[in-house]
Design a protein around this ligand. Structure first.
Ligand code: LLP
Length: 425
């Protein structure tokens, strides 16, 4: 996080709290989340895009506290399950500022969305139209959007590219299924189509793919106006804004993105004679990612013929991202000064498979040993939200730091948690 400062003896403070102290007090592994940084990132979005609705994508990381921070900073929320939705609303988030996504919404998701009164439901496929209309009922009313596939390939890894037609999300522009769906939605009096949505992928570091997608979306809006005589009032360009995971990596330039979207939207709409729709964006990673740090304790060090393995007390159950997407992190030793020469080490977890690697071939001091603390920066997004119960290790706690104080937001998962769910015999 931006607030990270060096303390004596190799310690690091985040949000004014020593990470060594956090490790001692809350034990490891633990995730630290800097409240000021999350809030600051929300503000940066609002300043860069004052004309837009900014929605935080809850899938990156969700807890009741972050719901409150995001709400207080004036953002909306993007959720994709009844679970995320219920947590947010019971934490006090205004349901009308929530958008529900999902390519396969369950009956429970839809029931919760309608009962709680979400602001928008994003229709992802043709079979949802009749289903949602029936659930809303002839006397009801629900605002909806349509997720369109703009045919743009972008994103940090094949598994998180969603802008082309070879993946499961959205309705195609080229085969006419988006146009068909829109016509059918407009024929349902209880559904109010407020606009179009696209999300081309995640961990995108270039502006250009967004602009290509935006031009195609504006083209579709013009077509809708020509066909149906309506100017849709909203255009949601999704999230996917990339961040730097290691020193020297580049992040998406938010100012350039904002400028590009604004210009393209203004010019495209003027050329087509369209009213400029309200823009929506849905960043998740860029709000929460850099605000988090994962803290681990070294349990074992092994020198094999070829490698040095530094095994820590977490692993792929709290961070599956290296295994899933080959993401590279920059772990560092904290809590003591080492004068030893650097060595090339592979930081591994404690799980029962060889793919449980947190960071391959990174530089660590040659004297790294059991008991040392390892911090992994940029751990705030898609780590705990994708954490699993693998090997019954238990998911780590989330500790918020803020102006020199720390508090647990989400407690550690215990053996008792595992035991209490296991009700068979
Ligand atoms: N909007 C929609 C409709 C999305 O599907 C997503 C992410 C976002 C917004 C937010 O994207 P972000 O700004 O956070 O990139 N587990 C993967 C990332 C999957 C993203 C899924 N959808 C990872 O760890 O990299």
């Amino acid at each position: 996080p931006a607030s990270a400062t060096l303390l004596p003896h190799g310690d690091v403070a985040v949000g004014g709290v020593s990470l060594t102290e956090i490790a001692d007090r809350f034990d490891t592994p633990a995730y630290v989340l800097d409240e000021s940084e999350v809030r600051e990132r929300c503000r940066t979005y609002r300043t860069a895009l004052p004309e837009a609705h900014v929605l935080y994508a809850a899938k990156a990381f969700l807890s009741r506290a972050i719901v409150r921070w995001v709400e207080e900073e004036g953002l909306g929320l993007d959720v994709c399950s009844a679970g995320e939705l219920e947590l947010a609303v019971t934490a006090g988030f205004p349901p009308e500022r929530i958008v529900l996504h999902g390519n396969a919404k369950s009956p429970r998701d839809l029931e919760a969305a309608l009962r709680l009164g979400v602001g928008r439901i994003v229709i992802d496929g043709p079979s949802e139209i009749a289903r949602i209309a029936a659930a809303v009922g002839p006397e009801g009313h629900q605002k909806v959007m349509v997720r369109v596939v703009p045919g743009v390939s972008a994103g940090g890894h094949e598994k998180i590219r969603t802008g082309t037609e070879d993946q499961k999300f959205g309705l195609s522009l080229t085969d006419g299924s988006a146009q068909d769906a829109i016509a059918r939605i407009l024929g349902q009096p209880q559904l109010e189509l407020t606009g179009l949505h696209c999300h081309i992928g995640s961990q995108i570091t270039e502006v250009e793919p967004y602009l290509v997608a935006l031009r195609r979306m504006v083209g579709l809006m013009a077509l809708i106006r020509d066909t149906h005589g309506i100017d849709l009032p909203e255009l949601d360009m999704g999230g996917g804004h990339g961040i730097a995971y290691r020193p020297g990596e580049s992040a998406l330039d938010l100012t350039a993105l904002a400028r590009g979207l604004r210009t393209e939207l203004g010019e495209g709409c003027a050329a087509a004679g369209l009213a400029v729709p309200r823009l929506l964006v849905e960043p998740g990673r860029a709000v929460a990612g850099p605000a988090g740090v994962a803290l681990y304790r070294v349990l074992a060090v092994k020198h094999t013929g070829e490698k040095v393995f530094v095994a820590v007390d977490g692993g792929m159950s709290d961070n599956p991202r290296p295994a899933l997407y080959g993401v590279r992190y920059a772990p560092r030793l904290i809590g003591r000064h080492s004068t030893a020469d650097a060595c090339t080490a592979t930081v591994v977890g404690r799980h029962c498979e060889a793919g449980d690697v947190l960071a391959a071939d990174v530089e660590l001091p040659g004297d790294v040993h059991p008991g040392d603390l390892i911090a992994v920066p940029v751990a705030g997004a898609y780590q705990l939200s994708m954490a699993s119960g693998y090997n019954m290790v238990g998911r780590p706690p989330v500790v918020a730091v803020h102006e020199g104080t720390s508090r647990v937001l989400v407690r550690r998962e215990t053996l008792e948690d595992f035991r209490s769910r296991d009700i068979g015999s």
